[in-house]
Design a binder for this molecule. Sequence first.
Ligand code: ARG
Length: 410
Amino acid sequence: MAGSKGKVVLAYSGGLDTSVAVVWLSERGYDVITMTADVGQEVIDLQAAKSKALHSGAVKAYIFDLKKTFVDNFVWPSLKANGMYQGTYPLTSALSRPLIAKTLVDIANKDGAVAVAHGCTGKGQDQVRIEVCATALNPKIEVLAPVRDWHFTREAEMEYALKHGIPVKATASSPYSTDENLWGRSIECGMLEDPWNEPPEDAYELTVNPLTAPNDPEYVEITFDKGIPAALNGTAMNGPALIAELNKIAGRHGVGRVDMVEDRLVGFKSREVYECPAPITLINAHRALETLTLDKKVLATKKELEVKFAELAYEGYWYSPLRHSIEAFINETQQYVNGIVKLRLFKGQAVVRGMKAGKSIYRHDLATYSEGDAFDHSAAVGFIKIWGLPIKTWTSTYPSQEKAEIPIEA
Ligand code: ARG
């Protein structure tokens, strides 16, 4: 009685788990529609994924190039927020999940599906993100998580796959669990689970080892328009092209390797390795340009909201009222973030070496100690009197307890 339960839209990677999920859901009475999203992962063959989905029994297989949407609606908002979870992780995987959830729900609404489904396990946070985002977008939608719920061992899954004619690759599978998109690559599991182990070189694909990176530095210039990168080395580029190109350039200098112990939403600490050449370069550049163009108090408040923004994105609260409100604040600030930042890429680091902005609140005539000084030196006298008044009043009431720093004879 295939199809008696209605349609389900499954996020489909083309791998073993989600292929088995197609069969498993079909056997349980669903008409399975698959959705494969290209968010810039290098490893995917979209046409092969499509035919594999149909071969596994999907009634329809969508493939979408979502690179531009991903960058415009998820990556750039995060860059404007200098988005880094726990100050370190540029949110690579976390940013693609709300887009995947949205696409699943959009298809479900269009094709009249009763449910959406994903292939996440029960231990990660991708399940949380996809499910929380999907139900935020359509509170009535049911979310199925076959891989989490079917209780297959690896062997049983292989056997089931073979029985249903799903090709199981004989190649040695990676010792790591990885996830990739334009905003970087996440690497976890295997020997990385021991935080004492130095990540081996075979864990990395987008970056060279900083120790063997070129001995000559390379400079890049990023032009920002309202907080968004608009040109690389003076050449205007669309978002996906700019990020892909910068991933290559910064990657060959070993920029963007992140190695951290991360506090997962699901309650435990996890050792995570990332490689994010373009994100690290762009966040460094963007943060620097903000120091040149934004007001002191706006910067300070923005910094607090950035922490919150990253947490919300990490924790699956992308479509939450708070993230939307913070985004409104951030967008208000970004209209002033226009200019060019020059960075030096060298042996694993992307260091800002210069910047300029057409309109900036960095005022040379106020800052200079040379000719052309416009700062009112005489105003300092009254300013210091009043600035120091509260402390002076305090010590004239409660005499200072500070001991002398030099020996004083009694
Ligand atoms: N710890 C990262 C995050 O939660 C990476 C997740 C990677 N996902 C994966 N299926 N390997 O954002």
